[in-house]
Design a protein around this ligand. Structure first.
Ligand SMILES: [Zn+2]
Length: 243
């Protein structure tokens, strides 16, 4: 019941987006609206959990595995050129390596959560090791941003009972996905990734899109991928969390 109420509140707490922000003309993809979620142990993403309250044709852009000095700036540039806001799920080890880049991501209006500390297969770890990884990544986030992370995405989307319980009791939202583009193969071309995005969108029609800002081919393809969203008439919804 608590989760249903949160969905309603989240759905109402939107504001006008940045589609007409300075620097972005009417031709830009833009950001249609923002959903501000409560800080709570909710679970979102239709592949594993409850769908976000999105209309047909609405998508949330999410990026995992960064920040990456080599690739994240390219993603930020493509998003800025289209005035599109996204959510970045960062690894603790990369937060420690690149704190300034992580702060730049949030400084440019995007939101951030964590994606484990070192991207292990959690199911292969003991409960104590899983909790240790969570503790390290939360500490890294707190050091960089000065606040606790509001959200977590499991590496490989492999959930464990130990971490699900730890996240729930810490009021950290689990962010799963609705669709992805399988963007981890180094040889992927921009056209291959664009084609995968078209196919995933045609199947799902809405939802949270998983991409990887740390992946070179994705970063390179990002201007084209955003064009695909625009061509197909998709609207970007930005996820934020209460402070
Ligand atoms: Zn990942």
């Amino acid at each position: 019941m608590k989760r249903v109420q949160a969905l309603v509140i989240g759905a109402l707490a939107w504001s006008a987006g940045a589609a007409t922000a300075a620097g972005c003309g009417p031709g830009a993809l833009g950001t249609e609206r923002t959903i501000t979620l409560k800080r709570e142990g909710a679970l979102y993403g239709a592949q594993q959990h409850t769908a976000l309250p999105l209309e047909q044709g609405e998508v949330v852009l999410t990026f995992d595995d960064g920040p990456s000095v080599r690739n994240t700036p390219l993603v930020l540039k493509a998003l800025a050129d289209q005035c599109a806001k996204a959510t970045f799920f960062m690894e603790g080890r990369h937060l420690r390596e690149s704190p300034d880049l992580a702060r730049r991501v949030v400084g440019e209006g995007h939101s951030a959560g964590i994606h484990s500390d070192t991207h292990p297969h959690m199911m292969a770890l003991s409960a104590a090791q899983q909790l240790d990884d969570l503790k390290l990544s939360r500490a890294a986030y707190r050091t960089v941003f000065g606040v606790d992370t509001p959200a977590y995405r499991f590496p490989f989307l492999e959930e464990t009972p130990t971490l699900l319980e730890a996240l729930r009791s810490a009021d950290i939202t689990v962010a799963s996905i609705d669709l992805g583009i399988n963007d981890w193969i180094p040889e992927d071309t921009t056209e291959v990734l664009a084609q995968r995005l078209r196919a995933s969108l045609d199947k799902a029609g809405r939802g949270i899109i998983l991409m990887h800002d740390a992946n070179g081919p994705t970063a390179k393809a990002m201007p084209t991928l955003l064009e695909v969203l625009k061509e197909k008439g998709y609207k970007v919804v930005h996820l934020e969390w209460e402070k």
